[in-house]
Design a protein around this ligand. Structure first.
Ligand code: FES
Ligand SMILES: [Fe+2]
Length: 407
C-alpha cells in the first residue's frame, strides 16, 4: 500500500470517528479486565514468557560501532549479550557461561576481541565458540564444540536491533506485520538518536503501557500540553496481529495552521505524507514499544518490568543527525516539551498502582476508545497460553473480528 492509499484509509477512519454517536453497532461491550493481572505475583511470573518469546528492541546498529563492541541486555527476559563479531556481524547470546553459568561479561558495554568469563576464565570468541579452558586436562571428555555460548535470534529493521530468545520465532519483518511497511517512509537507517531519557515508575508495566494506548485521558491529564495539540474525538485506531496497533489522532486545525507558519527549527524527515503534519500517528509494537511519530522525528518509548510494581521507562528520540547549534537547541526544546508530557503521565501512574493494589477495584471496564488496551491484554493471554492463566485473571478474546490486518 502506498502512502496516499494509507492516508486515504486513515482519513476515512478519522471521519468515521468524528461522526459516530456511540460505538459502532457491531462493537461488543468489552469484558472487564481483572485488576489481579496488574498486582499478582503469579501473573507477573507467568509474564516472563512474553519477554522470552517476543522481539525486543535493544538498540541501534551504530551502538555496536566496530567489531568487538559488546553490550548486555537484561531488562526483559534473560540476561543477554550482544556483540559485533570480527567479521562485522551482529550476534546475540545468553550471557551465561557454559561452565557453571556465571555471566560471561559483567560490564554493561565494552570492547574485546574475546569474551573471558570472570569466574574461571573460560574464553569465547565473538562468534560464541569456546576457545580456551584453563586446566583443561582436569576435565574428562569436555566437548568444547558443544560448549559455545547459546545464541538468541537477532534481526534488524531500519537500523534498530531486535533480539528474541525464541529460536523458532517468526522473522522480525513478518512479526511487525503492516508496521514494517507503514514505517518505511521514515527511513530509519538514516536517523540517529538525538536524546535519551530513563525514569523509574512505581507501577506495574501494564499500568504504564495502558496509559500510552488511549487518548481518553488527554483532556484531563495533559490539559495544557497534548490537549492543546490533538482532538481526541477523531482518533482512528487499527488493531493488528501479534498485539500491535496504530492510533492516528488529528491535530486541531488551528495547530496545523500555526505549525505551517512557524518552523520548529528542526528539519523534517523527507518524503512524509502530509497526513504526518496534520495528525499524530502513534504505533504500539507488542509488548513494550510505543512511538508517537512526528514530522521531525519521534521518540521510541519502552517499558521494562523491574518488579511487579516497578517499571523502567526509557525513551529515545530519533531524527536527522545535525551539528548545527540552532537545530541542536531546537531539539533540546522539543525534548523538554516531551519531558513535561511524560511527567504528567508519570505523576498519575505510581499512585494509581497503589490504589489498584488496594483491592478496591476488582475489574476494569474499558470503553470503545480504550480498545487498544484490551488488544494488548488479549495478546498477553495468547502468548502466555490461556490454559496456564488462572481463570479469574484471564481476559476473554473478543477483538479479532475487528483487526484491521490479519497479516
Ligand atoms: S562459570 Fe564461567 S568459567 Fe566457570
Ligand atoms: Fe498521556
Amino acid at each position: 500500500m502506498g502512502q496516499d492509499e494509507w492516508a486515504e484509509k486513515i482519513r476515512h477512519q478519522m471521519r468515521f470517528e468524528f461522526e459516530r454517536t456511540g460505538p459502532p453497532d457491531d462493537f461488543p461491550a468489552l469484558p472487564e479486565i481483572p485488576t489481579e493481572r496488574y498486582i499478582s505475583g503469579e501473573f507477573f511470573a507467568l509474564e516472563e514468557k512474553i519477554w522470552q518469546q517476543s522481539w525486543l528492541l535493544v538498540g541501534r546498529e551504530e551502538d555496536w560501532s566496530e567489531p568487538g563492541r559488546y553490550r548486555t541486555a537484561d531488562r526483559g527476559g534473560s540476561p543477554l549479550l550482544i556483540c559485533r563479531d570480527l567479521d562485522g556481524e551482529l550476534r546475540g547470546f545468553f550471557n551465561t557461561c557454559q561452565h557453571r553459568g556465571a555471566p560471561v561479561v559483567r560490564e554493561a558495554c565494552g570492547l574485546a576481541k574475546r569474551l573471558r568469563c570472570q569466574y574461571h576464565s573460560w574464553t569465547y570468541g565473538l562468534d560464541g565458540e569456546l576457545l580456551s579452558v584453563p586446566d583443561e586436562r582436569d576435565f574428562r571428555d569436555l566437548d568444547r564444540g558443544s560448549r559455545g555460548l547459546r545464541p538468541v535470534r537477532l534481526e534488524t529493521y531500519g537500523g534498530w536491533v531486535f533480539v528474541n530468545e525464541d529460536l523458532d520465532a517468526e522473522p522480525l519483518l513478518s512479526w511487525l506485520g503492516p508496521i514494517a511497511e507503514e514505517w518505511a517512509p521514515l527511513h530509519g537507517e538514516s536517523l540517529r538518536a538525538m536524546a535519551s531519557r530513563r525514569e523509574r515508575v512505581p507501577a506495574n508495566w501494564k499500568i504504564v503501557a495502558d496509559a500510552f494506548l488511549e487518548t481518553y485521558h488527554v483532556k484531563t491529564i495533559h490539559t495544557s500540553t497534548v490537549s492543546k495539540l490533538l482532538d481526541h474525538r477523531g482518533a482512528a485506531m487499527g488493531l493488528f496481529r501479534n498485539g500491535h496497533s496504530r492510533m492516528v489522532t488529528p491535530k486541531w486545525d488551528r495547530v496545523v495552521e500555526r505549525q505551517r507558519q512557524v518552523a520548529s527549527g528542526i528539519r523534517e524527515l523527507p518524503g512524509l505524507h502530509a497526513l504526518f503534519a496534520e495528525t499524530n500517528p502513534a504505533y504500539s509494537v507488542f509488548p513494550n514499544l510505543i512511538t508517537p511519530l512526528d514530522t521531525v522525528g519521534f521518540p521510541f518509548i519502552q517499558f521494562w518490568p523491574m518488579g511487579i510494581a516497578e517499571t523502567e521507562v526509557e525513551w529515545t528520540f530519533y531524527g536527522l543527525p545535525t551539528d548545527v547549534p540552532e537545530e541542536q537547541a531546537a531539539w533540546e526544546a522539543y525534548v523538554g516539551v516531551f519531558d513535561q508530557v511524560m511527567g504528567e503521565d508519570f505523576q498519575n501512574l505510581g499512585s494509581m498502582h497503589r490504589s489498584v493494589a488496594s483491592g478496591a477495584l476488582a475489574s476494569i471496564p474499558l470503553n470503545y476508545q480504550e480498545r487498544r488496551i484490551y488488544h494488548l491484554h488479549e495478546e498477553i493471554d495468547r502468548r502466555l497460553g490461556r490454559d496456564l492463566i488462572p481463570e479469574a485473571m484471564q481476559v476473554r478474546p473478543v477483538l479479532e473480528p475487528f483487526w484491521e490486518s490479519q497479516s
